[in-house]
Design a protein around this ligand. Structure first.
Ligand SMILES: NC(=O)c1ccc[n+]([C@@H]2O[C@H](COP(=O)([O-])OP(=O)(O)OC[C@H]3O[C@@H](n4cnc5c(N)ncnc54)[C@H](OP(=O)(O)O)[C@@H]3O)[C@@H](O)[C@H]2O)c1
Length: 327
């Protein structure tokens, strides 16, 4: 089959479209014919030279995919079932979704709601699953009326979070380093758009003014510190990402004087019950959300080299889809 292979086994990294054999399925693997995959920030990290994220010297990239089951011994995923595939070490330590087929353990498959096409599922992708998981975590914590901050707003997680918060009746405020995308973000449902350095005031004080009723953060680092010091009393931030850094230098004051909460969000190892809850909520959102409006571009496997560069630079707007059957 045709696949986008990342090969770091030699002196220099090689990546490109190759003919590769499908890895032999183990008894619990399900084979899926891929309709679409998507390009995530993690894909760019895996495909980088000297990657510290990639856990195999040579593999097919792509941390997620959506398509139709073609071979299965699992009664939960019969042949013909439409599924999304994501999680575990898919596209990180074993062959992933930048290919015509994928073999994956059933625990990494989710049956798609009838309201979502396989294309919708990959516009959503791992980024959208993280975005919806973040929104559900905030709602579970208790999300009062008011502005809900979304950082990295033009990216995959950010743009989906803006869209999904608006669809669920909240008031997302988009923070972005790409202010030329202001109109685009307003059209996706943002109530207003601010720059990356406008999240919190009073830089000379430990705590900033209480501004945010909640926050979805996929940026991490110093941005997460600014969010914590500007959350309203009792509010929470759902943190899923690290594009600005992995270190969190902050104080305990927001926690012990404003009772704020830092909610960790992971969807890579999330159990089936969590995945099902998130996909059900995404299926409901399909009634009001135009997922197509979140597509930055659609590329064949041959377009992945450039697309990965775009995502590595943080300059995509929404989601990049991959169609393995296109030339
Ligand atoms: N926890 C999980 O299960 C999970 C699941 C999915 C993704 N993630 C993580 O979420 C993060 C975002 O993933 P993604 O696929 O949405 O990536 P993405 O599409 O590349 O979006 C990231 C966005 O962050 C902003 N950004 C980039 N570099 C920045 C910097 N140095 N400082 C501040 N902002 C910066 C940019 O938006 P603006 O230009 O609009 O600011 C960029 O578009 C990644 O860290 C990814 O690993 C985690």
């Amino acid at each position: 089959m045709r696949a986008f292979l990342i090969d770091g086994s030699g002196d220099t990294l090689e990546r490109g479209v190759r003919d590769v054999d499908l890895s032999a399925t183990s008894a619990d693997d399900v084979r899926v014919r891929i309709d679409y995959s998507g390009v995530n920030y993690k894909d760019a990290l895996v495909a980088a030279p000297l990657s510290r994220v990639r856990r195999a010297p040579r593999l097919v990239g792509g941390v997620d995919a959506a398509g139709v089951v073609t071979e299965s011994h699992d009664p939960g995923f019969p042949v013909g079932q439409r599924v999304a595939v994501h999680g575990g070490d898919l596209g990180v330590g074993r062959d992933g979704g930048f290919a015509e087929f994928i073999d994956a353990p059933a625990r990494w498959l989710s049956a798609l709601p009838d309201t979502l096409s396989t294309r919708d599922a990959m516009i959503i992708g791992t980024a959208g699953i993280a975005a919806m998981a973040s929104v559900l975590a905030l709602e579970h914590h208790g999300l009062d009326e008011g502005d809900v901050l979304v950082t990295g707003a033009t990216g995959g997680v950010g743009s989906l979070a803006v869209t999904l918060l608006a669809a669920r009746g909240h008031a997302p405020v988009a923070s972005t380093g790409s202010l030329d995308a202001r109109e685009w973000l307003l059209e996706r449902g943002a109530r207003s758009v601010i720059g990356r350095d406008e999240i919190a005031d009073r830089p000379d004080r430990v705590l900033a003014s209480e501004r945010w009723a909640g926050a979805v953060d996929c940026v991490g680092g110093a941005t997460l510190h600014q969010i914590l010091r500007s959350l309203r009393y009792g509010a929470a931030v759902a943190a899923s990402g690290l594009v600005a850094g992995t270190d969190l230098v902050t104080t305990v004051y927001p926690f012990i004087t404003r009772s704020v909460a830092l909610l960790g969000v992971d969807v890579v190892e999330a159990p089936a019950a969590t995945r099902d809850r998130v996909w059900a909520a995404l299926g409901e959102a399909a009634a009001t959300v135009d997922f197509n409006a979140l597509v930055d571009r659609e590329v064949p496997l041959e377009g992945l080299d450039d697309a990965l560069e775009v995502v590595a630079r943080g300059s995509s707007r929404g989601r990049i889809l991959v169609d393995p059957s296109a030339r």
